[in-house]
Design a protein around this ligand. Structure first.
Ligand code: ZN
Length: 365
């Protein structure tokens, strides 16, 4: 464990390096892979549980046990607990607002496409969920300037028919904030081919599409692109096992939303040793890699720390990290003029970010 100056406890130790800390704190960031349900601070979970009279097995200090999430099933079990205490539009307003302000703007996030999983909140209608989330997005924008959109997550552990039903609701109740759909939860329990009908329905309705591929073979990336119509891939580390599919994704500039800390703990980046070698391979291959923090408090990280970890592991300085942010702008689902405006904001901020010499090799503190 290590902690930063504010006392935040991180799951992944890195050497103390003030120059890198200053760099990653000032770096503007684009967030395309952060789940709302996974970004709720433990103290908020405890508060909401008390509000609704839900007993919790653990308190705020040990609710999130990062080390146990090597087992994705254990992680998803805790995620269900969090989902069960977010019950009314006020709750959704609160968790969205906190995620975008303390968990976003405070880390230099200029823009986030929030992954929202209605199946993680049984017992409340899609419309009421989105009502609360939209209010939180609007208030966060007013208070901090952070812009955001929504990706509605289909749960791949449910059936293809349930996925179609969810997309039908998304299409029936259109909101400007809802930009597209995603596919998450455990890939081995729901290979992408089961969701072709739901994704085609989303495509016909003009929704953008992305999907998680954390543990599947490289071929799953082809299924996402060709059968599901995805124009983005969440994680996707295994693509580098296929030179042909990698070359195609480079050629088509397919964005990959990589999440260093959670993927290292979950071992689906193939390392688990802090080397983040698959992310390096993806960058070196010329893929359009973006960086985010997935489920930040649950994995003992935040948007700044994921960049910090990468700076240490891969020796990246300001220019390489800013390139990842610029990739993020290209990978958003904004229209061309909004992308241009967002890129201008990034370009105006990057020169103010202190450059750093290569990382030091001091002992972890
Ligand atoms: Zn994810």
């Amino acid at each position: 464990m290590s902690a930063d100056a504010t006392g935040t406890t991180y799951s992944t130790p890195v050497p103390h390096d003030p120059a890198i800390d200053a760099l990653v704190a000032a770096l503007p960031k684009i967030s395309l892979h952060c789940h709302l349900i996974g970004s709720v601070a433990a103290a908020t979970v405890v508060d909401l549980a008390a509000k609704h009279g839900v007993p919790l097995e653990r308190g705020a200090d040990d609710l999130y046990d990062h080390a146990s999430y090597e087992d994705l099933g254990e992680f998803l079990r805790v995620l269900d607990v969090v989902g069960s205490v977010i019950r009314d539009p006020d709750d959704f307003h609160r968790v969205t607002y906190e995620s975008l302000t303390d968990g976003g703007a405070a880390h230099g996030v200029l823009y986030r496409e929030i992954h929202l999983s209605p199946p993680g909140h049984p017992g409340i209608s899609y419309r009421r969920v989105v009502e609360g989330v939209r209010a939180g997005m609007a208030d966060a924008r007013t208070d901090t300037g952070i812009e955001s959109g929504l990706v509605i997550g289909i749960c791949r552990e449910q059936s293809g028919a349930a996925a179609v039903e969810l997309v039908e609701q998304v299409v029936e109740h259109r909101y400007d904030e809802v930009l597209g759909v995603g596919l998450d939860y455990e890939e081995v329990k729901g290979p992408p081919g089961l969701f072709v009908e739901a994704f085609r329905l989303a495509g016909r309705a003009g929704l953008r599409r992305t999907a998680h591929s954390e543990s599947g073979p490289p071929h799953h990336v082809e299924v996402l692109l060709d059968d599901l119509g995805c124009d983005r891939v969440d994680h996707g580390y295994h693509v580098v096992d296929s030179p042909e599919i990698t070359a195609r994704c480079v050629e088509e500039r397919v964005p990959f939303t990589c999440t260093p800390v959670s993927s290292d703990i979950g071992r689906y980046s193939g390392s688990g040793d802090g080397s983040h070698h698959r992310i390096r391979e993806m960058v070196d291959a010329g893929l359009l890699v973006t960086i985010d923090s997935d489920d930040p408090p649950m994995f003992g990280t935040d948007p700044t720390h994921d960049y910090r970890v990468l700076a240490h592991a891969l020796g990246y300085g300001r220019d390489q990290l800013a390139a990842l942010t610029r990739n993020g702008v290209e990978a958003t689902w904004l229209d061309a003029s909004d992308k241009t405006a967002l890129l201008a904001r990034v370009d105006a901020l990057v020169p103010q970010v202190p450059a750093t010499p290569s990382p030091t090799s001091e002992d972890p503190s």
